[in-house]
Write a protein that binds this ligand. Sequence first.
Ligand code: PGA
Length: 254
Amino acid sequence: MAKMQQLIAANWKMNKTIKEAVSFISEFKKLIKNIKNVEIVICPPFTSLQVVSNELKGSNIDLGAQNMNFEDSGAYTGEISPLMLKEIGCEYVILGHSERRESGENDSLINKKVIAALNHGLKPILCVGETFEQRRHGGTEDELEDQLLKCLKDVANPKGLVVAYEPVWAISRGNPSQKAATKADAEDAHLFIRKLLEGMYGEEAAKNTRIIYGGSMKPENAKELLAMPNIDGGLVGNASLDAKSFAEIVEAVG
Ligand code: PGA
């Protein structure tokens, strides 16, 4: 079965000033100018979205945000709405990242955000993943199923949805020596997620939904992870902060 076009997304987290973002984009665009077979997304912090949007005009790189509120507008101090992200040119939005779950987001809130994103034509990159303790006790599949079912409640059509499998224990938190999941463990989880999607939306829709891997993906391991049959791309944190290393990951797509 031919794989769908892979998606490699940069999650910059709380990194890069506007100036640093601009200098990254100008270097990165040169490095990937001949790459056609991969969809690339950059998700900077809110403060750099506008300038990165300007810098990406005319390129084959898409823009994404790292979070959003589910309401269009209102008295929500410190929040950003889907309308605002659309206006700036965002195509994608990361939702339910474990670093946001740690600061209080739960599946029911994430579900509202997924629905709002899809309603506004934003493609959600929905993050799901188990903790080290859950894996150690054999609870990985139960956790993935629980998160996925709750976060996709009342989502009738998954068109545009991307699921990111991010085992919490593999996320680098800025440590470049952190180990990623093995390609076999990652593939097992991706296949499990694919089967869940199949049960929810049917075979065709499940086949057309990208399931990408996140957690210490880097130039050294990207090729073997991205070659697995059910891994359709990567969500890259630490290794996306350097233009050369992020370009190497993009190049690792076969
Ligand atoms: P990492 O982050 O690549 O630094 O592990 C990935 C993520 O948290 O999205």
